[in-house]
Write a protein that binds this ligand. Structure first.
Ligand code: MRU
Length: 318
């Protein structure tokens, strides 16, 4: 099975962090070489690399590159940490390598994130019934995680077990992470799917064509409130209305116990030109789904259920 090579998504070379340019997928597979921490921060901000665990991995490589180049490490840390605000994994990864910003430590962090994905996918298998038709939003696959994937990893693992019949891929306006990236990944894996306009999800649920919603997360507060790509909240409300489960699959590096509730999660506002260049627009990149609408949160530790303030309390990413 053509699995994405983690090193093809992000890697550290002697003089550069090399990133697969996710902006140009699926049309072209092109790499971007970043020669300094500032260039890595710029690549994160401009979404060369995106997805919560993947930007953490890229930032860790960026700090290791800065150390190897003799850059001011505090300035490098600040530039990388400030590149995008919502994903908890970004600062988590920088803090994890800050005391020892070596290539070995950054590469180990990358490998650990991929391994976490494999473990959470295995835990998630029990949540799928045979013949499941699942809907996913944004891209929470190998591209978003530096390899394997969270929500898409879980779907893939369940499909390998013969449990998934079909995947609905929300196109995910405005940057089309679903239509471009999740579709590209599922196509490579041979998993049956169809891209769906975001606004068509509700009607598919009403007509009985969806059995579960499975998404990733960018930051999970201590009470289980979950920030993910904008549109996830609407899906969660729709899922509840139609009696469908919403499973959030994310590594413990996404869980932010220092943030009590979703109200404390910073929501990134991106350039309105991504929505329309002609008219006034707003472009909030994420939204928060209240814990009450989340059926399970699957981490590499296992399957968490409400009350999340208790079930997540012991979570720490190693
Ligand atoms: O703006 P993006 O593409 O970085 O947003 C990514 C998402 O919202 C993903 O669903 C999330 O990071 C989970 S991926 C493991």
């Amino acid at each position: 099975m053509p699995e994405l090579d983690p090193h093809a998504i992000a890697r550290l070379e002697a003089d550069a962090v090399v990133l697969l340019d996710q902006r140009r997928l699926p049309a072209e597979e092109v790499e971007v070489r970043c020669g300094s921490a500032a260039e890595v921060a710029d690549a994160i901000r401009t979404m060369v690399v995106r997805g919560a665990p993947a930007i953490g991995v890229a930032a860790a490589y960026g700090l290791a590159l800065a150390a190897a180049r003799g850059e001011d490490l505090d300035a490098a840390y600040d530039a990388l940490a400030g590149a995008r605000p919502t994903a908890a994994n970004l600062v988590w990864a920088l803090d994890a390598v800050r005391d020892e910003p070596t290539a070995e430590r950054a590469r180990a962090l990358h490998a650990e994130e991929v391994e976490r994905c494999r473990r959470m996918a295995q835990h998630a298998v029990d949540l799928f019934q045979p013949g499941s038709r699942v809907l996913t939003h944004c891209n929470a696959g190998g591209l978003a995680t530096g390899g394997y994937g969270t929500a898409v990893g879980a779907i893939r693992r369940a499909w390998e077990e013969g449990l998934v019949e079909h995947v609905w891929v929300d196109e995910t306006r405005p940057l089309l992470q679903g239509a471009r990236l999740t579709a590209w990944e599922l196509d490579r894996l041979g998993i049956p799917f169809a891209v769906l306009p975001d606004v068509a999800a509700g009607a598919r649920m009403a007509s009985g064509e969806v059995d579960a919603v499975v998404t990733g997360a960018d930051r999970i507060a201590a009470n289980g409130d979950t920030a993910n790509k904008v549109g996830t909240y609407a899906l969660a409300v729709l899922a509840r209305h139609h009696g469908l489960p919403l499973h959030v699959v994310a590594p413990t590096s996404t869980v932010d116990l220092a943030t009590a509730t979703g109200a404390g999660i910073p929501i990134e506002e991106r350039d309105p030109a991504e929505v329309t260049e002609r008219f006034p627009a707003r472009n909030p990149a994420f939204d928060v789904t209240p814990a009450a609408l989340v059926t399970t949160i699957v981490t590499e530790d296992g399957v968490h259920r409400a009350p999340y303030d208790l079930s997540l309390a012991a979570v720490t990413a190693a």
